[in-house]
Design a protein around this ligand. Structure first.
Ligand SMILES: C[S@@+](CC[C@H](N)C(=O)[O-])C[C@H]1O[C@@H](n2cnc3c(N)ncnc32)[C@H](O)[C@@H]1O
Length: 244
C-alpha cells in the first residue's frame, strides 16, 4: 500500500512537511476526535514522567501545535518547542497568544529539524517527542540527537503509536487505522490520505520495542516501555546516565 504523503529516504521530509502544512488548522480537533480525547491523558502522563524540577530546561521535539511544550512549561520547565513546520508552529503561537493559561514566559517555539538540532550537547534536563519519531526520515537519528542534547541525568521520553503485542488486538487496531481513521480525516478535514498516512508510517516504524532497544544501546538507565490501551500507544522512557 502506498500513500501520497510517504516516500522513503531523502524525499520523506518534504512529504511530511506538506502533510502537516495541510492539516495544521484542523490538527487539534482531529486529535480529540480520533482518540476520543485520550491523547490528552497520554500527554499528561509524559509530562508527569518528565518529573520537572525547578530550573529544569526542557526540549519538546516535533512539538506541532504545542501540547507537550505547554504541559512542560506549565510545570515550570524552561521549555523550547521545536518543529520544522511553520504552519504547525503558527497554530502553537496562536494558542499561546490566545489562552491566558498557556501564556507562559518560560516557553518559546523554534523552527528546526529534529534530526539536526541547533543545540550543543548536554543542554537539556528533559527531552520529549510526541508522535514525532515515526515521522522522521531516520528515527534512530532522532533518538541519537535526543541523547546528544540531553544532560547527564536527563529524562528522555517518546510517545507514539505502538504495535500491540497481541496479534488479534493488533489486527483490530490496524483495521481501525486503515478504515475509520481515514474516514474521519475525509469527513472532518477533507483529506483521507493525510490520515491513512498514520498506518503507512507505522508500517515503516518499528515502534516501542525497537525504541527501547535503541535506548539500551545508548546505555540509558531505567529504560521502560509503558503500553497504553494494550500497546496501541506507547511511551518509551529512559534516563541519560549521570556520568557518560
Ligand atoms: C503528529 S505531529 C505531533 C505534534 C505534537 N507533538 C503532538 O503530540 O500533538 C508530528 C510533528 O512532527 C513534525 N516533524 C516531522 N518531521 C520533523 C523533523 N524532521 N523535524 C522537526 N519536526 C518534524 C511535524 O511538522 C509535526 O508537527
Amino acid at each position: 500500500m502506498s500513500n501520497e504523503f510517504f516516500a522513503p529516504g531523502e524525499r520523506r521530509a518534504a512529504k511530511v512537511n506538506d502533510l502537516f502544512a495541510r492539516i495544521a488548522r484542523r490538527y487539534d480537533f482531529l486529535n480529540d476526535l480520533q482518540s476520543f480525547g485520550l491523547h490528552r491523558l497520554w500527554k499528561r502522563r509524559v509530562a508527569e514522567l518528565a518529573q520537572v524540577k525547578s530550573g529544569d530546561r526542557a526540549l519538546d521535539l516535533c512539538c506541532g501545535t504545542g501540547d507537550l511544550s505547554f504541559a512542560l512549561a506549565r510545570r515550570g520547565a524552561e521549555t523550547t518547542g521545536l518543529d520544522f513546520s511553520p504552519q504547525m508552529l503558527a497554530v502553537a503561537a496562536q494558542r499561546q497568544a490566545a489562552n491566558l493559561k498557556l501564556k507562559t514566559e518560560n516557553l518559546k517555539f523554534l523552527q528546526g529539524d529534529a534530526q539536526q538540532l541547533p543545540f550543543p550537547e548536554n543542554s537539556f534536563d528533559i527531552v520529549t517527542v510526541g508522535y514525532g519519531l515515526r515521522n522522521l526520515t531516520s528515527w534512530e537519528r532522532g533518538v541519537d540527537e535526543m541523547f546528544r542534547v540531553a544532560r547527564p541525568g536527563a529524562r528522555l521520553i517518546v510517545l507514539d503509536f505502538g504495535k500491540p503485542p497481541n496479534a488479534l488486538w493488533r489486527a483490530a487496531y490496524f483495521t481501525h487505522l486503515r478504515l475509520s481513521v481515514p474516514l474521519i480525516g475525509l469527513l472532518f478535514c477533507g483529506n483521507a490520505s493525510a490520515y491513512a498516512y498514520i498506518l503507512e508510517s507505522l508500517r515503516h516504524y518499528p515502534a516501542q520495542l525497537a525504541v527501547a532497544e535503541k535506548m539500551r544501546a545508548l546505555k540509558l538507565e531505567n529504560v521502560r516501555v509503558i503500553n497504553l490501551l494494550g500497546g496501541v500507544m506507547a511511551i518509551n522512557y529512559g534516563e541519560k546516565p549521570a556520568a557518560t
